[in-house]
Design a protein around this ligand. Structure first.
Ligand code: SF4
Ligand code: SF4
Ligand code: SF4
Length: 352
């Protein structure tokens, strides 16, 4: 097993690991604005610069694999100076008004600037940059906060394979585009929100969550998506004061979805607070739905099923279990139809 020395600390590593991976596992902070564990490295932001003994110049920690005996420093003046220059130029190239930015407190660029002691960009860009893209019903794009890290592009193309986003043009003109430079809302985007979750800055934001609470005021509650039997793992971001879910993100590093969600799982979270949500059984009486107790409702169902079976036989009854339900409930549903009613007419809506 190779051993490296990181800031004077001997560390065991695995063959093939990068400096960044070893440092992160040891709890040593190295900023990485383009690297993300789910999309890998792009090597474009260069902010993960470190010193490696014997190397000429600084080395990028996200793309450099360790070797036995490697000596790495992440905290020298040369390293910190290079990182400051990079973060300062990213801030200066965009419009970064953290006070009004929805990502304030969760932004990786802001965090890197804070840790490097940068209070404001040394050459702030004049306001009035590129227009916002408000065309999408769920996602707001602010190109002025984009740092061209490629995370959204890799996420859209390689993880969810929707192949909507790409980088177009060169140099100062380069920008993320959807399809053939369409407004996102008119592109082939399916609204999965993967790009929003991967974006390290406030360049991609969820519209519904705007102004709904700062990250430090929200409680993150782990849950399972209720929309289908896949059981994607997600975090509900809850404003406890209002007892309201204000955002949903996927749980990264956990099966079955490793952070990815579909449009329903990520954005259709309003129903718990909906006044139209059913909270008790309803029985139709004289053409109107009337609230009933569970005992009443179950007795009603049982007596109706019995009447139908007695009058027309068990095959007159069929059942469809919901794809939103789990395997155990689907098993119980077919058992009920077969063993109690005596009918084999049972299916699941996921098959249609
Ligand atoms: S993207 Fe980050 S650095 Fe830029 S304004 Fe928003 S919080 Fe600040
Ligand atoms: S929401 Fe999904 S499909 Fe749309 S651009 Fe983002 S990653 Fe691609
Ligand atoms: S929109 Fe966000 S994720 Fe995409 S390149 Fe810009 S900063 Fe990176």
């Amino acid at each position: 097993m190779p051993v490296i020395t990181l800031n004077g600390m001997p560390l065991e590593a695995r063959e093939g690991q990068t400096i960044l991976e070893v440092a992160r596992a040891a709890g040593v902070y190295i900023p990485s604005l383009c690297y993300h564990p789910r999309v890998g490295q792009s090597g474009v932001c260069r902010v993960c610069a470190v010193e490696v003994e014997g190397a000429r110049g600084l080395i990028m920690a996200c793309i450099t694999q360790i070797w036995n005996g490697m000596v790495v420093r992440t905290d020298t003046e040369q390293v910190l100076g290079a990182r400051r220059m990079i973060v300062d130029s990213l801030l200066s190239d965009g419009e970064h008004d953290c006070i009004s930015c929805e990502m304030c407190g969760a932004c990786e660029l802001q965090d890197a600037a804070y840790r490097l002691g940068i209070e404001k960009p040394s050459a702030p860009r004049a306001a009035g940059g590129a227009p916002l893209d408000l065309s999408h019903p769920l996602i707001l794009r602010n190109p002025n906060r984009c740092i061209h890290c490629y995370r959204c592009i890799k996420g859209c193309n390689e993880l969810v394979v929707n192949e909507v986003l790409d980088m177009a043009y060169r140099s100062q003109e380069s920008r993320v585009v959807a399809d053939q430079e369409m407004p996102l809302g008119r592109s082939s985007c399916v609204g999965c929100g993967e790009c929003v979750q991967l974006c390290p800055t406030g360049a991609l934001l969820e519209k519904k969550a705007l102004g709904q609470g700062r990250p430090w005021n929200l409680e993150r509650v782990r849950s399972t998506c209720p929309y289908c039997g896949v059981g994607c793992q997600l975090y509900l971001h809850v404003d406890r004061a209002r007892n309201q879910v204000v955002k949903v993100t996927g749980v990264e590093g956990a099966p079955p979805n490793d952070g990815m969600l579909c449009v329903k799982g990520r954005f259709a979270y309003d129903f718990p607070a909906s006044p139209r949500r059913l909270t008790e059984p309803l029985i139709r009486k004289d053409g109107a739905h009337v609230p009933a107790s569970w005992e009443e409702a179950l007795d009603h169902i049982a007596s109706r099923l019995r009447k139908i079976r007695d009058a027309h036989g068990p095959d007159a009854i069929s059942g469809i279990s919901s794809s939103r339900d789990n395997n155990e409930n689907s098993y119980a549903a077919q058992k009920f139809l077969r063993a109690v009613i005596g009918s084999n007419n049972i299916d699941n809506c996921a098959r249609t």
